[in-house]
Design a protein around this ligand. Structure first.
Ligand SMILES: *Cc1c(COP(=O)(O)O)cnc(C)c1O
Length: 371
């Protein structure tokens, strides 16, 4: 069995085009294209309501939101972060002239291991930037405890965590700031987009200035801000997407449960995420290819691609292995044994709301009996 058309790990979810046309007409009529227009305001309000938070600032993408979050809190010196993430996490530090300090991950959650953070703190440390990897919540209480003791800021890269909840509500309410990405590949997308969840109106106000070149009013510029504004096109699309996201999340959970059921019968394949967990978003479906499996991870990766299934190795290589990071003392392999071991075993399988059950079964059949 192989697939004619390539099956990617993700396929962006889109509303019917007809539903979008009235929004476009409004934009064409008003000629308001960007700079905190009406759809931008509506989406900020609707998204706050959806996420159960008070304040949020929309951005043109998640990376500029991360860079601006660090600026907003005046983070400098060293920041403790994870090597097991998309490269934008650490890049946002370099763009601010901050030194990333990598700390290993927890083998159960793949998130920053709170037990190892303290040993990495120096007099230069000013913040922690954890990632809710694959949408699995970090140990937010343990991280906040350490931050309180050492007077550190916490900025969560929540790019994977849209719609993820814990007992108290949305996971993005934690930390000093949480940053979301609405890139085409994410659970909730506006083609490109992002947001910073802010604790209070004052912080949001400052962030709104920073994303608009630092302008305070027509004649006052308070900081060397950037252009991180979300356009009316993306904001209008976001309003429509928000109406669909609960259905999309429900379907992702179904697919996740089906994968777990089917893959449980495949020796050597271990599912990272639990089955049908209502608090998770199944933004990715990572598996670990263990030693009992007949092929190596890379052989399985190649073979699935030959069959038309374009699986991805998120996250391999580790961020700490890229040339701009590997010279750091904290990037050494012996500092990051868990992340290094997982990076060579992990494979992300296709998961998106339109993925049919039969296709999931076919993909698992391929994995269960590789040629
Ligand atoms: C996607 C992603 C980003 C970057 O978001 P963009 O909107 O693409 O700039 C940052 N961090 C993580 C963990 C991501 O997955």
């Amino acid at each position: 069995m192989s697939f004619e058309k390539k099956i990617y790990v993700t396929q962006p979810d889109l509303p019917p085009l007809d539903d979008f046309l009235p929004y476009l007409e409004k934009i064409w009529d008003s000629r308001i294209l960007t700079n905190a227009g009406p759809f931008h305001g509506e989406l900020e309000e609707a998204m706050c309501k959806y996420l159960g938070v008070k304040h949020l600032a929309l951005f043109s993408n998640g990376t500029l939101a991360l860079i601006t979050a660090l600026q907003a809190l005046r983070v400098t010196g060293e920041v403790i972060t994870t090597p097991y993430s998309f490269v934008a996490t650490a890049h946002s530090l370099l763009w601010n002239g901050i030194k990333p300090v990598f700390v290993d991950i927890d083998p159960r959650t793949f998130n920053l291991d709170p037990g190892q953070i303290e040993a990495a703190i120096t007099p230069q440390t000013t913040a922690i930037m954890p990632v809710h990897c694959y949408g699995q919540p970090c140990d937010v209480d343990a991280i906040q405890n350490i931050a309180d003791i050492y007077n550190l800021k916490v900025i969560y890269d929540a790019a994977h965590a849209f719609g993820v909840k814990d007992k108290g509500g949305s996971i993005v309410r934690h930390g000093d700031l949480s940053v979301l990405s609405f890139h085409a590949t994410k659970v909730f997308n506006t083609f490109e987009g992002g947001a910073i969840v802010c604790p209070d109106a004052k912080t949001k106000h400052r962030i709104d200035q920073l994303k608009n070149f630092g302008y305070v009013d027509e004649v006052t510029v308070a900081a060397p801000g950037i252009n991180g504004k979300m356009s009316e096109f993306n904001a209008a699309l976001g309003l429509l997407q928000l109406q669909r996201v609960d259905l999309a999340l429900a379907r992702r959970r179904e697919i996740g449960a089906l994968y777990v059921d089917l893959l449980n019968a495949v020796p050597g394949i271990r599912c990272v995420l639990p089955r049908d967990e209502q608090s998770l978003n199944y933004s990715y479906f990572p598996i670990l290819v263990e030693e009992q499996y007949p092929l190596s991870r890379d052989a399985l990766y190649e073979w699935l691609r030959e069959q038309g299934v374009w699986v991805r190795r998120y996250f391999y290589p580790l961020i700490s292995d890229f040339p701009m990071y590997r010279g750091l003392a904290s990037a050494r392999r012996d500092n990051l044994p868990v992340a290094a071991a997982i990076a060579i075993k992990v494979l992300c399988l296709p998961i998106y709301p339109n993925l049919e059950d039969d296709l999931v079964r076919d993909i698992v059949t391929l994995i269960a009996s590789p040629a």
